[in-house]
Ligand binder design. Structure first.
Ligand code: N01
Length: 541
């Protein structure tokens, strides 16, 4: 389809939040269109089809809550679903709820311009498609804009190279190949053991070692599934009131210092063996706030790594020592550390000896040359802000969003940016984003935005905005929440440290999803405090 059609709402992105936004906003009786860069639905779970890609939150809860029939009927074969199962689920949802007819695929939005006389957004995509809309719902992902470091010589490489999040649909055969993998975050640690199984040789280039816990993925136990399905409503209600939008049972949650060293060790051993993944990080209440408490847990994990890796020198290289556990996103793996016991896997420290260049035949560090047939970039993302800033967004007075965010992103409640009216971000900077379970938190944010749009339409308003003063106040709340934690003690993508030149700002609201919901709701019920309309909107909901 070509031409500049007019819509009430344009949704950018057909990932899990974008799909739900179509379903929810359609019910308002407004005209809408969704533009999606890929040729299928699923967002993160469409793009990240690298070997070993798998979610690290149990699928019974990492799934939609909005339809009881859907959650009762859908079967998750494994506790932690692989990419293919999540993509299949997204496709099922798109078909079951008739969402596909609203989506234009292979339409990557690369220009959003607000026309202040019309109070409408003008949308343009790479394929020439144009449209206008009163409202934009930007559901374009926190981890979408890829980071391929600017190593000199990449264009001269005669082999193949891939970024993990833009993986070919047909897969990449590694048989008989010398593979180099750069990056040991969540993605790298999932890919390494799988690639190692088929590649002739795998060299892993590690700049910072990761704390990783065993995922203990397994086939879904029918009793466990039944317990969820018999209690879905109650558990979903609990998730919507939880600080991480997650369901948690049997929380111990006391300080490390309430226990003797022997008791701590017993608790940690039990948690390690309990097959409950990320809950390991909630063994004690102060892991995220006290460096001393954190060190107890970090040292326990380092000892586990030393036990898993046979070569002591390699084990030491794999032990994270420069930042607290959890200050970077904790990883979950299936046989990651054990992969280094294989003869065909080699670990190279590129912190001590950085990558100097990519050569026609491989890669050169400051001390060594490596011949490679394939290079895998597991080097992460221009996270949280990248998908917005890469869209060339201009607001009032023609101001570019990149200029506005030169010193770091500013938002009101993680949704609105002052001077960029009628634009709502889902999982935007200043929202709980990746620190809450993203499908559930996304559903709530979409519902909240749909409520704002309904209020606007009922009141006959043309413009919703916020003011810099309210962004400043919200940013202070975001900073204060992070200030009590150890998150600032690591050079992570949470603070933009992985992208050269990106301002170092903690971009996520860590005060809890429950608190965040409360703050958003009370601002609306307090007479839309902090929201700026073209004319007063009257009584609050
Ligand atoms: O990206 P990352 P990711 N030279 O940024 C290294 C989610 N996720 O794709 O740490 C050499 O974490 C970089 O090194 P350093 C999850 O939220 C979830 O792995 O910056 N190395 C790091 O090791 C996760 O946090 C799941 O020193 C360079 C790696 O590349 C987020 O996605 C699975 C380099 C990048 O790690 C991102 O994870 C996968 C350079 N120039 C992802 N530049 C699950 O649900 C970067 N690196 C399980």
């Amino acid at each position: 389809m070509t031409g500049s059609e007019e819509y009430d709402v344009v949704i950018v992105g057909a990932g899990f939040s974008g799909l739900y936004a179509i379903h929810r906003i359609r019910r308002l009786g407004l005209s809408l269109r969704c533009f999606e860069a890929g040729d299928g639905v699923g967002g993160t779970w469409y793009w990240n089809r690298y070997p070993g890609a798998r979610v690290d939150i149990e699928s019974m809860q990492y799934s939609y809550s909005f339809d009881e029939g859907l959650q009762q009927e859908w079967k998750w074969p494994e506790y932690f679903s692989p990419q293919a199962d999540l993509e299949a689920y997204a496709n099922h949802v798109a078909d079951r709820f008739g969402l596909r007819e609203h989506i234009e695929f292979e339409t990557r939005v690369n220009r959003l311009r607000f026309d202040e006389a019309e109070n409408r957004w003008h949308i343009a995509a790479e394929n020439g498609r144009t449209a206008t809309a009163k409202y934009i719902v930007a559901a374009c992902g926190s981890l979408d804009a890829t980071n391929v470091p600017a190593f000199p010589g990449l264009d001269t490489f005669r082999g193949q190279w891939f970024h993990t999040s833009k993986w070919p649909k047909d897969g990449v055969p590694f048989e008989g190949k010398r593979v180099g993998l750069i990056g040991t975050g969540s993605t790298g640690i999932q890919a390494v053991p799988v690639i190692a199984k088929t590649a002739e040789h795998l060299t892993v280039f590690q700049r910072t070692p990761a704390y990783s816990l065993p995922a203990y993925n397994r086939a879904t136990d029918p009793e466990y599934e039944q317990a969820w399905k018999a209690n879905y409503q109650d558990r979903r209600t609990a998730m919507f009131g939880n600080f991480a939008a997650s369901y948690m049972e049997n929380e111990q949650y006391r300080s490390v210092f309430d226990y003797t060293p022997e008791e701590r060790l017993r608790i940690l051993e039990e948690a390690w063996a309990a097959r409950n993944g990320l809950l390991f990080m909630r063994t004690f209440s102060d892991i995220g706030t006290s460096l001393e408490a954190n060190t107890v847990v970090a040292e326990f994990v380092r000892d586990k790594i030393r036990g898993l890796v046979k070569d002591p020198a390699v084990a030491e290289m794999l032990c994270p020592k420069t930042y607290p556990i959890g200050a970077k996103r904790i990883c979950m793996d299936t046989g990651y550390f054990e992969a280094y016991n294989r003869d065909n896997v080699k670990l190279v420290d590129v912190r001590a000896n950085p990558i100097a260049e990519i050569t026609p035949t491989g890669l050169r560090t400051t001390t060594g040359e490596y011949d490679l047939d394939i290079i895998v970039f597991a080097t992460g993302f221009d996270a949280v802000t990248g998908s917005m800033t890469r869209m060339n967004v201009t607001g009032l007075g023609g101001r570019d969003l990149r200029d506005k965010w030169t010193d770091g992103p500013t938002t009101y409640l993680g949704f609105l940016v002052a001077g960029f009216p009628n634009l709502f971000m889902i999982h935007g900077p200043g929202s709980p984003g990746v620190l809450a379970q993203m499908i559930t938190a996304g559903e709530w944010q979409v519902d909240f935005v749909a409520g704002l749009i309904a209020d606007m339409e009922a009141a006959g308003r043309h413009r919703i905005d916020t003011a810099p003063e309210w962004e400043r106040r919200w940013n202070l709340e975001v900073e204060e929440a992070a200030g009590h934690t150890l998150y600032n003690k690591a050079d992570s993508w949470y603070v933009g440290a992985n992208i050269p030149g990106k301002p170092r700002v903690f971009m996520i609201y860590i005060g809890g999803f429950d608190r965040y919901k409360q703050r958003c709701t009370e601002q609306v019920t307090n007479g839309y405090e902090g929201f700026v309309f073209d004319a007063p909107i009257g009584a609050s909901r």
